[in-house]
Design a protein. Sequence first.
Length: 254
Amino acid sequence: MTPDPDPAPVPSPPGSSPDGGDEDRVRGLLARAALGVAPGPVPLAAVRRAGLARRRRRTAGLSALSVLGAAAAVAAVVVLTPVRPAPSAPGPDRIAAPPSTSPPPAPSSSSPRPPVPPPDPAPVRVVAPGERVDAGRGYTVWLTEQGKYWSDPDGLENFRSAVDGNIDRSAAGVSRQSEGTAAGAFHSGLYYGTRTVGRVELTDARGRTILATLLELPGRPGWGVWYAHTGAGAGEVSVELYDRAGERLGDGPV
């Protein structure tokens, strides 16, 4: 290898002395050394590769940030957007239950029963003295000013006085006479001491109630006759007298 020729002498900088001092000598030596160095080739390919690598890393970083931002936005939309439930599948049509055919429950024996209104007043039939009235089942009844008369199916006549003092016509009351067989009985009597008679009511041994037929003479003398029939098995009966308002006035002998 051929040594480089000695470099040309470097001129001294202006203002320095030709033979210079120490400073001038050092500068001259450094200048000669720099001129003696041959520069190497520039590594352009390596520089390009390094630049491309840095660009790729920067692009990858920006892409990752973009993906993260998009994911955050989607998550926010999912959280904030209300989710509507899917409509349920239609079920079978509802069929109305048939009305209950069971009888209503019987009222409890302890529950209070509503009051039973009294029966309507029985009509009073006004008859002339001695007028014969067919009382049914072969019996006949008629009235005179002295009292009550009746006859049985055999034609036997009977009499009950209303004026002999056996009854107190100043107080409300009722009397009774009964006759018959096991097949049934005929009941009759006097009611007295009231001008507002409503009904005469009989109750047999089984608790059944029978309303009597009422007879009076014209002029409302303050007494009258009643009669009724009971069937087989009625047993003994009780008799009660009521006025037109339904108030009980008195009862008769059993």
